[in-house]
Design a protein around this ligand. Structure first.
Ligand code: ADP
Ligand code: MG
Length: 331
């Protein structure tokens, strides 16, 4: 099973940013309202994620570092309707097989904290008492120390950190209710505070979009929401005359997960139609919510791809919503 972990690690753990992705998703799955991401040297040296989520108890801690330890699938039916972000139960085991990983946790109902450490392909998980507030920390040191080929593929610290920063922006957009802090080499690079749901979803999301993208995007965008049966769409779309031709802001989320999906991109471009010159690119943030069984998100382990069951219908719904949003610029 140890070798299997390392093979799986090749799929899940491409680079520091993929480690950060898995660990932040775990923190969110644990219900954290506060997540801190602390990176040293682009993640080559260290990736430390702290959360204030529900924690993991002493018994489960060792198990979590072993393969297929997911606590998120109660029965086989759940496979059909996966709502939590992770479900494979192999991220932690995979990451620890290519690093020195320490996970420390204190669930609120447990009096003391425990810390489990696993290193590379060693079979044993070392567990001992620790000091830690309610929540969980995962500390990943010396990524790829035992897989030189992969280590060689790491890019400059700055490049790897840029990937992490991009990832954190995307996750932050999807969760305006959670506060995030991103540090690099002890310096705070990004700080997003939590926005309450009592603001209303549009206002709450607008505030986070302003922080992550910029306030001028929000000021020059039209917001539109639509609902058709069980599908809801909220879109922030930029006025066509302000759309740029390089580095456009383009973010799409399906059930809270960031996607670069062809169908969504196509629908948005089609909705703009003649309003854009060929060299201009649409700028948008779009959130699509639909029943979990209407979409397959696990086409690939790293979960970049998605398949919609009623693709045509969804496509047309996106086109219509965006056209309505664009119409509001004409008024
Ligand atoms: P998965 O997320 O697919 O279940 P992981 O390997 O990422 O698999 O995590 C294994 C298990 O460890 C999770 O199911 C969860 O029970 C526990 N776990 C991981 N990270 C955290 C965290 N930050 N807080 C609480 N529990 C966690
Ligand atoms: Mg996970």
């Amino acid at each position: 099973p140890q070798l299997a972990n390392q093979i799986a690690a090749g799929e899940v753990v491409e680079r520091p940013a993929s480690v950060v992705k898995e660990l932040v998703e775990n923190a969110l799955d644990a219900g954290a309202s506060k997540v801190e991401v602390d990176i040293d040297r682009g993640g080559h040296k260290r990736i430390l994620i702290r959360d204030n989520g529900k924690g993991i108890d002493k018994e489960q801690l060792t198990l979590a570092l072993s393969r297929h330890a997911t606590s998120k699938i109660a029965n086989i039916d759940d496979l059909e309707a996966i709502s939590s972000l992770g479900f494979r139960g192999e991220a932690l085991a995979s990451i620890s097989s290519v690093s020195r990983l320490t996970m420390t946790s204190k669930p609120a109902e447990q009096n003391e904290a425990w810390s489990a450490m696993a290193e590379g392909l060693a079979m044993n998980v070392d567990i001992k008492p620790a000091a830690h507030p309610n929540g969980t920390s995962v500390d990943v040191v010396d990524l790829f120390f035992n897989t030189p080929a992969r280590r060689k593929f790491l890019r400059a610290e700055k490049t790897e950190f840029n990937h992490i920063e991009t990832l954190i922006k995307r996750i932050a957009l999807s969760r305006p209710d959670v506060s995030f802090i991103l540090k690099h080499n002890q310096k705070v690079i990004k700080k997003y505070r939590a926005h309450s749901e009592t603001l209303g979803v549009v206002e709450q999301k607008s505030k986070r979009i302003a922080e992550v993208i910029n306030t001028s995007f929000i000021d020059s965008a039209s917001v539109f929401t639509s609902k058709y049966e069980q599908v809801s769409i909220a879109v922030w779309i930029k006025a066509p005359e302000l759309c740029v031709s390089v580095n456009p802001a383009q973010y799409s989320f399906v059930n809270g997960r960031m996607m670069r999906d062809k169908l969504i991109q196509h629908a948005i471009r089609q909705a703009y139609g003649q309003l854009l010159h060929p060299e201009q690119l649409p700028e948008y943030v779009i959130f699509i919510e639909l029943p979990a069984n209407e979409v397959d998100v696990n086409v690939h382990p790293a979960k970049h791809e998605v398949r919609f069951h009623h693709a045509r219908l969804l496509h047309d719904l996106i086109v219509k919503t965006i056209k309505d949003a664009l119409d509001s610029f004409q008024m």
